[in-house]
Design a protein around this ligand. Structure first.
Ligand code: IDP
Ligand code: MG
Length: 166
């Protein structure tokens, strides 16, 4: 099945200079990159992305982590990968959520760690299923930032203030 999935290189992945390594691993899947950007993660975006974990004891630390507060890198790299079984392929490369339990050859197993504060710093995010992928891709990307039409869109006429180059 042709699918799309959201991939984030988390702040620890950026800080550890793993971007090239991760892109190389992902390129071996033969999936296509349909969108990519560097994002400064607002608290609102972080909380919306992880809203299903809001009742967990580690939620506040998780929000600080994805915002880059532990890595003085206030950014993540966000990408959409597209192709046959994209969700399962990327989850397989990423490895288990707990980096100590993840297969040692997976990205999380090789490069992740659990901090003394109990945060799973696991380097990469990958959508868990097609419903989550749709929710996450629509949260992180606007339709015009993605090279394929993955989900239905509509055109609205709007006069809104926006920043332009001077
Ligand atoms: P996933 O990233 O493998 O889909 P989720 O359960 O969706 O796992 O959790 C989102 C993120 O929250 C994880 O990637 C990890 O950074 C963090 N996390 C999940 N469970 C725990 C935990 O038990 N302790 C600390 N952090 C956790
Ligand atoms: Mg998840």
């Amino acid at each position: 099945m042709i699918e799309q999935t959201l991939v984030l290189i988390k702040p620890d992945g950026l800080k550890k200079s793993l971007t090239g390594n991760i892109l190389t691993r992902l390129s071996e899947t033969k999936l296509e990159i349909a969108a990519a950007k560097i994002v400064r993660v607002s608290r609102e975006l972080a909380m919306e992305h992880y809203k299903y974990l809001s009742d967990k004891p580690f939620f506040n630390e998780l929000i600080d982590y994805i915002q880059g507060k532990y890595h003085d890198r206030r950014k993540v790299m966000a990408m959409v990968y597209w192709g046959e079984n994209a969700i399962e392929k990327v989850r397989g490369l990423a490895g288990a959520t707990n980096p100590e339990e993840a297969d040692a050859t997976s990205i999380r197993g090789a490069f992740g760690r659990i901090t003394t504060g109990g945060v799973y710093e696991n380097v990469i995010h990958a959508s868990a299923n097609s419903g989550e992928a749709e929710r996450e891709i629509k949260l992180w990307f606007q339709p015009d930032e993605i090279v394929f039409e993955m989900y239905p869109t509509k055109i609205i006429e709007a006069m809104t203030a926006r920043r332009v180059w001077v």
